[in-house]
Design a protein around this ligand. Structure first.
Ligand SMILES: [Zn+2]
Length: 368
């Protein structure tokens, strides 16, 4: 027996799994067909499965060692109906009319490949690792699946989400807190020509407030945006209502709080100058996380990467993923690149070699 653990990722099988899954439409909220197919596959691979009340599929593989969580989401962003993947020179793309869905079916396919390798080992009478597999639904519409997941169904206390793009060896160990803002500016309606002095122009208040707001990249950890503005009915009416939607994110909780306060203060000040009233709803989407460099899951992944000749890079992300939710609930979780690129666009693509590499890193780590 070799002292290293030669990985036995099967690129053809991995590609076949990936393409087969892309053939099942799975827009957010309509994942039951793909969940059913995945449950069938997990059971065939020797896992015990359950679909929880949120619609997530949970699979358990009995085995040796501390259980590891492997997670990917099954839903796709639009346009994602009737995906027709095209494979050329080792790269998979859509036919240009839809997204590809490598986000995050590449993660799902890689997990199935790892389980297929484990199955082969079990058939040879060799030890397999204990794994908790979670395929989440509606990740793209606000992490709904992972938020609805009953974490007590899991044995694992640490794990890997496979839901990032970027180069080989990138490990996302830090993610932001995210606040969603919905604002209504209440002014006073009047006729714009007969009685303009009786009106309070909510559009003017919005304009002054937004012009004064710190927006965009606030610092290296913090961003903010006003993304939607709606208001007004006619040119001869002083508008009494404007609705704004925006967001702020930061890796640092304190900076996020200060940023949201600054945005609300600009609104209050502008409203105060004109006699308008502000109605503000701030909703926390998810909490920041930071997995320390010396955490076992980070150390194990780094060792595996180095043994495969790739120097690991620990990075923060500005985006939210299921790893925010797992970390908030005490399951220490990093997010790694499957190789997906240009996600959420019809230019999305993935190289089979990068998927194979991602699978190999985890297979090597698990001594498969
Ligand atoms: Zn994703």
């Amino acid at each position: 027996m070799s002292h290293s653990h030669p990985t036995s990722v099967n690129p053809d099988r991995l590609l076949e799994t990936f393409l087969a899954l892309l053939g099942i439409d799975s827009p957010s909220g309509e994942e039951s067909a793909v969940i059913q197919e995945l449950a069938r596959r997990l059971e065939a691979l020797g896992l015990e499965t359950e679909v929880d009340s949120a619609g997530n599929l949970i699979g358990r593989l009995e085995g040796a060692g501390e259980p590891l969580l492997l997670c990917a989401h099954v839903d796709h962003v639009d346009p994602c109906r009737g995906i027709r993947p095209v494979v050329q020179d080792g790269v998979v793309r859509s036919d240009g009319t839809t997204i590809l869905g490598a986000d995050d079916t590449s993660g799902v396919a890689i997990i199935l490949e790892l389980l297929a390798i484990a199955r082969e080992r079990a058939h040879r009478g060799q030890e397999v690792p204990a794994l908790d597999v979670v395929f989440t639904v509606s990740e793209e519409t606000g992490l709904k699946g992972s938020k609805g997941l009953d974490i007590s169904r899991l044995r694992a206390r640490h794990g890997i989400v496979l839901d990032m793009g970027g180069p080989r060896g990138y490990i996302t160990v830090q993610g932001p807190s995210h606040d969603h803002l919905e604002i209504v500016i209440h002014g006073k309606k009047s006729h714009a020509a007969c009685a303009p002095e009786e009106g309070v122009n909510a559009i003017r208040v919005a304009a002054e407030a937004i012009a004064a707001m710190p927006l965009g990249r606030i610092d290296e950890a913090t961003t903010a945006n006003i993304g939607v503005i709606q208001g007004g009915t006619a040119t001869n009416v002083v508008p009494d209502r404007v609705e704004l939607k925006g967001e702020a994110r930061s890796l640092e909780e304190e900076r996020l709080r200060r940023q949201v306060d600054a945005m609300l203060r600009c609104l209050e000040e502008a409203a105060g100058r004109h006699g308008a009233r502000i109605e503000a709803h701030v909703q926390r989407k998810y909490d920041a996380f930071r997995v320390p460099e010396d955490a076992p899951i980070v150390q194990m992944l780094c060792r595996s990467l180095r043994e495969l000749g790739v120097e690991p890079t620990l990075i923060p992300t500005v985006g939210g993923s299921d790893s925010n939710i797992f970390n908030a609930r005490g399951v220490q979780t990093v997010n790694i690149s499957t190789g997906m690129e240009h996600v959420h666009s019809t230019d999305e693509y993935i190289a089979l070699d990068d998927m194979v590499f991602c699978a190999s890193v985890i297979a090597h780590m698990l001594k498969l």
